[in-house]
Design a protein around this ligand. Sequence first.
Ligand SMILES: [Zn+2]
Length: 626
Amino acid sequence: MKIPQNIIDQIKYQADIVDVIGEYVHLKKAGNRHVGLCPFHEDKKTPSFSVSGDIGVYHCFGCKKSGNVFSFLKDYLGLSFNESVEYLAKRYNIIIPSVEEKSESSSRTDLAFKALKISAEFFNKLLYTKEADIAIKYFKKRDFSDNLIAQFLLGYSPDSYDKLNKYLSQYQIDEQSMIDSGLLVVREDGKKYDRFRGRAMFAIKDIIGRVIGFGARQITDEPDQPKYINSPQSLVYDKSKVLYGLYEAKNAIRNEKSAILVEGYADTLTLHQSDIRNVVATSGTAFTQDQLNLLGRYTKSLFLVFDSDSAGKKATDRGIELALENGFEVKIARLPAGEDPDSLVRNNGPEPFRYHIANAVNFIDYMANEIKKEGAMDNPSSKADAVRSIVSLISKIPDMLQHDFYLSRIADIFDLSENQLKLIYNEKQELVNKAKKNIDSNKIQPDLKQLSEVQNERIINDEFVIDLEEILPEEKLVLQYALQGPKIFNYILNDLNLKESNFLSETGKLIYSIILEYSDSLNITQELTDDETINAKILSSITELAISILKPSENWEKFGSELKDPDYKKVLKDAKTRLELIYIDNELAEIRNMMKIADNDHQDRLLIRQSELIRKKDSLLSQLVN
Ligand SMILES: [Zn+2]
């Protein structure tokens, strides 16, 4: 789908970059910008990531990554340009008119999304008709409110082999798109039929709220039917990369600074309805690395609440290992035997569940408890095995400082000397180090990898290596102001009449010349960000200038300017004057050198020029004082 340029412009104008990025990065206001920890590199202590709402760009002073709201959605959420436009349009209630132009590559995916969206709405609408009595009964038995049903797009798939197919056909969705989106099954003999029939439907959404698949629960007593049928892997659905409910839970996860991981759709919904909203579910798959990465964008603190059966125990063990390896803090909440979050909350209200979360234990206490339950504590060899497996988990925690804390906890619980433990620990640590070496040599961090790919898309030309250090403080100041908006830039260009030749450093000249090319633009930094031909390093430098805090140069004081409340006109005028003074000083120094080798005639001319320059310098200096 081709999105009209005026819509893109409108979206760009309306989208608040602080608001959009703020959903993924904790931002704090600092002067006229917002700062936070950079999501593109390991930014642990001092926030090096800045976002300017006024200019509409972000810049990291650490890894130099920069861009506008579209580049953020692309680099951080992995959205295509069209997807970011749609994402923002939805967020700011801007309607994108549909233009009948289908480019082959994206249209198949677009159509699959369209098929899923229409189906989800169809299933949801159907829920309130007579034929869906059995489904609405199922949802109402769980006390799901109409709001919840609407928010999560719950529904009913008709008990028919072709009703959905026919319905979708009315919307010009062809069978290929139905197959692409997993809605239609093709039998070996070529016959096609609707995949979901007579079931309660749970729409599965991606991180930006698009329906990508369904979980379908059996609601009849028919024997030999699976309890759940889920969408197959499809053009748009990869179950290992999705967490059910994340779209609805992400704000709560950020606010609560933790996520609760449960097993099922109903668990998620019942908790959500009871105002425990930081909940997501793996929904029928083993917890995966991709799911954890997804969650890691919002929190590094995880509660595991799996069922107390053996499958639940296995899922918990795997969750613990994965979470620890990835630097998550993980706690385990144990519900009473036979209960899951859904049943517990439905029968007793949310308080008991909150209690179990508040009393969730760390992984060592959890594992020790499990081992005790199995009676392994009394058997020396199984006790040793248990200790080894816990120590091996500890050695996987990236933050080594935590290791000692956990080791002494094990020593306590298992009544072991710290020396004995250290021996086992060192043994494991060696294994871990070996494994790490192997991994490091052929794997880079996902974000960094993504980053380098993005930068490679731009034309990297080594001739254009920018050295911001080289720029004089006065030049820097002028450039920073020039990037603050058309009003100030107009003043620089027309009133101050500042030219490329006023700059003394090559880098200053280059950046100013680029800015001049965009002199008609309302927001130069934004326009530059959209210009695919601009070198990434130059762009990053310009963004850095635009987003840096404006402060008078270090030389300012020696000129005696009062700058408590800087008036940009005065500041800029002074900066220009100062650049002229430096220019004159350079020429004067050159004259002094020339004098040494010049003949009489030449010396006279040099002296005349010298006194001209000194007069000019005096006049400039007097301008500075006033
Ligand atoms: Zn960074």
